[in-house]
Design a protein around this ligand. Structure first.
Ligand SMILES: Cc1cc2nc3c(=O)[nH]c(=O)nc-3n(C[C@H](O)[C@H](O)[C@H](O)COP(=O)(O)OP(=O)(O)OC[C@H]3O[C@@H](n4cnc5c(N)ncnc54)[C@H](O)[C@@H]3O)c2cc1C
Length: 365
């Protein structure tokens, strides 16, 4: 599927800033719109491990598209795992075939890493909430249909946050300009603005005050998925570099004959394979309900996104000057995987989570 439907278009989608909605509906036909949701309402009932394989495979053809697909899947799972029967029956049959797309709205202009400090309010008014505030950097914004918005229904801090679903055509919902970015050009990133945006309380996911916990549970899987996209980028870059090294000649020899460059390939393979093992372990820790899963997911995201970015960078170097040209896709893998070290919690935040877990285990055997 990736070879036929994704990879041939990745450079065009990047250059022309095309959000490939048609391709997404084709992935949904394969069951990739709600991969790890229950089958009851159209989910595929697969595991996190399966999802990791899928996101990696699609990312070999386009990191950005696979990353959006992973965000959509994270939102679908949040509804499937937490929604009422009515919410699940309404939304999953639309999200699974990707006839409607979802966005995850946590970050705000004033709160990124310190996400629990968010300021968007949802004031109670009879059977409704009235939302005011804005969300920054929202993937898919403007092109998607359903916004899972973390907003303040109570006091300061994480316990005052709820998750409310806002449909695109709701009065009071609007979007900022499309951000200009280093990569991820095949999906729009925009601010999402709420001005007296009224939504029924029945759109709240889970009890009042449970939104931050839900957002974090979503991100545990999201981090495995984003790390899987980095695996795809590194895998494709490594293969491209290998091929180039057998074609390009300097000093009368193929590049592949220089031992210094062979060693590069070996080191890149070690970076990729160690990342893959860790990402798969994190996926399995979610599948098995391991209470230590959040730290393993953070560790996997930290390691894989940094190592795989380095693999892309080393591959670019092996292409010499050609690696810097837009004609060769390796620079796009590099650009598109760079943000994976920043979003769904920066890698500094991943270090905080891992360190907190290590210190918290002081005294354990
Ligand atoms: C292309 C793109 C798409 C995105 N998509 C989404 C989306 O769909 N939904 C969404 O909600 N968000 C999204 N984001 C937002 C992303 O999750 C945030 O950018 C990220 O969490 C960091 O927040 P910030 O940009 O405000 O940086 P800040 O939190 O301001 O951090 C700035 C720097 O300081 C570091 N830092 C902060 N606090 C500490 C600390 N205590 N110790 C050490 N270092 C620290 C950070 O690691 C970072 O290096 C997206 C971002 C981008 C770029």
């Amino acid at each position: 599927f990736t070879q036929n439907e994704v990879a041939p278009h990745m450079q065009k989608w990047d250059a022309e800033h095309i959000f490939p909605v048609e391709m997404f509906t084709k992935t949904a036909a394969l069951g990739f719109g709600a991969i790890y949701c229950k089958e009851e309402h159209g989910g595929s009932g697969l595991s996190r491990l399966d999802a990791s394989l899928i996101f990696e495979a699609i990312a070999t053809g386009c990191v950005t598209s696979s990353a959006y697909l992973s965000i959509h899947n994270m939102c679908a799972w949040m509804i499937d795992s937490t929604g009422t029967e009515e919410q699940r029956a309404k939304w999953l049959p639309q999200l699974a075939p990707m006839s409607r797309l979802a966005s995850y709205c946590l970050t705000e202009p004033g709160s990124g890493s310190d996400a629990a400090a968010l300021k968007t309010t949802a004031k109670s008014d009879g059977n409704d909430y009235v939302l005011n505030g804005s969300k920054a950097f929202i993937s898919g914004a403007g092109a998607t249909d359903l916004y899972l918005v973390m907003c303040r229904t109570g006091a300061d801090g994480p316990k005052g946050i709820s998750c409310v679903m806002v449909e695109k055509d709701t009065p009071g919902l609007s979007f900022g300009k499309i951000e200009r970015k280093l990569g991820w050009n095949a999906q729009p990133t925009r601010e999402v603005v709420f001005e007296n945006c009224r939504v029924p309380k029945s759109n709240r996911l889970g009890p009042e005050g449970s939104g931050f916990g839900l957002a974090m549970r979503g991100l545990n899987g999201g981090r495995v998925n984003i790390a899987s996209c980095s695996l795809g980028a590194a895998h494709a870059s490594l293969l491209a570099a290998r091929e180039y090294m057998t074609v390009r000649k300097q000093f009368g020899k193929q590049l592949a004959e220089f031992q210094a460059l062979q060693f590069q390939l070996a080191e890149m393979a070690a970076q990729l394979v160690s990342s893959r093992l860790l990402v798969r372990q994190a996926a399995q820790s979610l599948d098995s309900g391991d209470p230590g899963a959040p730290a393993v997911c953070a560790l996997a995201k930290l390691h894989a996104t940094e190592q795989c970015f380095d693999v892309c960078n080393r591959a670019l170097q092996l292409f010499g000057g050609y690696g810097y040209l837009l004609d060769f896709p390796v620079q796009q893998y590099l650009r598109d995987s760079r943000v994976n070290c920043i979003l769904e919690g920066t890698n500094q935040v991943m270090r905080m989570l891992v360190a907190r877990d290590i210190i918290g285990r002081l005294g354990d055997a």
